[in-house]
Ligand binder design. Structure first.
Ligand SMILES: Nc1ncnc2c1ncn2[C@@H]1O[C@H](COP(=O)(O)OP(=O)(O)OP(=O)(O)O)[C@@H](O)[C@H]1O
Ligand SMILES: [Mg+2]
Length: 325
């Protein structure tokens, strides 16, 4: 029987799904290489711990960007180690199923095919990450009812309207978790003359980032480096300040969601009205995200169970369907 391994190769996190075993690997998509020899030093969680803490002898690489493979060789090194850790001895004679964003280009797909070639796999197939997210959150592909699913990841956002097994409308939005982190870094540099790293920006987002207007304006002290003096310096940042950074980005997301709703057939739109919208991915966990989208599109919105693992969980159903065809 055909063997298929599902890989949710995300900009932030990677999940590997093996039929019969379930999710066998779930770690950050980061690889640490020896700068000279290019040999793998560490991958995943332990490599992420090294960010900003190691000398130039070690290069820390995020091989994915904006939801797709940006650097092929580090991706191969990352996956080689991930397979080893997951006790996957060989992927020869195996089909690799990759989750990908809605608007992936043929050139971007080629990078996945090159990775497949490096592992001498039998075949490489693709599935839309938001479609998998819908399956992972319990949407049945047997039911001929329309559903709208939005996967809000670290490097990409995919919006999909589907009915049964068919994707009716799909598009990507450049709104994503990394975009928020970069905007926070830019804001602090410009308005407060403070340089911070990407990890600190992500921490600020998770700790006090919110799309809700809260009368209680929470404060957080942020350590960094003063750009004028280059000395260590702390500044205090508030929830409302961070909200003012995130809001313009979220407005762009709403434009993209509205673009999808406008072209959704009326019968399907009424199904979505009845069933509501499901959001998944790590950025769905941003405080006030669900409420914000709900208010903007005036449709009920819920967060998928286990939103970060949702795409990988959807691979179970998807792979079963592939094997039965
Ligand atoms: N509680 C939280 N609040 C806000 N953001 C969060 C929270 N938890 C995780 N995130 C963000 O979610 C993102 C990671 O989500 P996810 O694992 O779904 O992305 P990914 O699948 O790796 O990326 P992509 O699919 O876009 O390539 C990161 O930007 C992270 O900062
Ligand atoms: Mg993802």
């Amino acid at each position: 029987m055909k063997k298929i391994i599902g890989i949710d190769l995300g900009t932030s996190n990677t999940f590997i799904y093996v039929d019969g075993r379930g999710v066998v690997f779930s770690e950050p998509t980061i690889v640490a290489l020896n700068s000279k020899t290019k040999q793998t030093v560490e991958v995943g969680y332990l490599a992420s711990k090294m960010i900003g803490r190691v000398s130039d002898d070690i290069e820390i690489i995020r091989p994915m960007r904006r939801g797709v493979i940006a650097r092929i060789n580090p991706t191969i090194k990352f996956l080689r180690e991930a397979f080893k850790r997951a006790n996957i001895k060989s992927v020869k004679n195996t089909t690799l199923l990759f989750s990908v964003p809605s608007d992936i280009t043929p050139v971007e797909r080629n990078a996945y095919l090159d990775v497949g070639k490096a592992f001498e796999v039998e075949d490489v197939v693709f599935a839309n990450e938001a479609r998998l997210g819908a399956l992972g959150s319990g949407t049945s592909s047997k039911e001929i009812k329309g559903s709208l699913h939005i996967n809000l990841g670290g490097g990409s956002t995919s919006i999909v309207v589907s009915s049964g097994k068919d994707i009716l409308v799909s598009r990507s939005s450049y709104f994503c978790g990394n975009l928020i982190d970069e905007a926070i870094m830019r804001y602090l540099r410009k308005e407060r003359h403070l340089m911070i790293g990407e990890k600190s920006a992500e921490f600020i987002k998770m700790k006090i980032g919110s799309l809700e207007f809260t009368p209680e304006n929470r404060l957080l002290e942020v350590p960094g480096r003063d750009i004028l003096t280059s000395l260590p310096h702390n500044v205090t940042i508030s929830t409302n300040e961070v909200r003012s950074v995130i809001l313009p980005l979220a407005e762009q997301l709403m434009n993209h969601i509205n673009d999808v709703l406008i072209v959704t057939p009326p019968e399907i739109a009424s199904d979505i009205q009845e069933n509501g919208v499901v959001i998944s991915g790590g950025t769905a966990l941003l405080t006030g995200m669900r409420e914000y989208i709900e208010k903007q599109i005036n449709l009920p919105v819920r967060i998928a169970p286990d939103p970060i693992a949702c795409v990988a969980n959807g691979m179970r159903t998807y792979i079963k369907e592939l094997l039965n065809n």
